[in-house]
Design a protein around this ligand. Sequence first.
Ligand code: ATP
Length: 228
Amino acid sequence: MTLLQAQNLTAHYGASQALFDVNLTLAPGEVLALMGRNGMGKTTTVKSICRMVAAQGTLRLDGHDLTRLPSHKVAKLGVGLVPEGRRCFADLTVSENLIAAARPGAWDETRVGALFPRLAERRGQIARSLSGGEQQMLAIGRALMTNPRLLILDEATEGLAPLVRQEIWDAIARLKRETGMAILIVDKSLAELRGVCDRAVILDRGRDVWTGVMDALDGEAAQRLLGV
Ligand code: ATP
């Protein structure tokens, strides 16, 4: 069964084309890595799925055509985005940030707190006073509060210290084990992605140049397409 089907996605910024026929699919419970060097179109692909960028092509979530929907309707259908740059309400507390995102369903503040104990400990703290890693956890918590069927993480571990990165990878692994959520991860750390992702799509200058199971991504392809 396919949850997300993105086919022949094409996107432009003014006259410049950012995506050329990008294809990706995600099944429930599957974790997909979306990789590529800087500026290759990862964020544009994510924004296209969330309808924050107007892309052409086929875009379906569980059979629903997303291509004519505004982004808040896509969110309502079950796409939870953790955007690049971890946007939280800086002047609200952890708890208020979570409640502001809440929609009826399986996720509540207690469950987010069980996934990220640091957030539970800091529930009364103003978001702007959290560390970068804690703000990232809060951004993930906010997305979970919407009860997504598809969770999208755009550079969720960027700039974070190794220990806190590991906490985030552990939480993703736990979501994979314990929920049927599909997860799309944009990240640059191939070693860490290998630990949690089932499949990968690599973009190069706006095209999906490599798609396959994670284990099939060998050193030669990684070097050529990712420079690692
Ligand atoms: P990074 O790893 O640096 O975040 P990325 O793979 O996510 O990169 P995108 O942000 O999707 O890449 O950018 C793809 C291309 O589109 C780049 O050439 C970029 O310069 C261009 N681009 C992105 N956003 C805009 C914008 N708002 N206006 C014009 N061009 C843009």
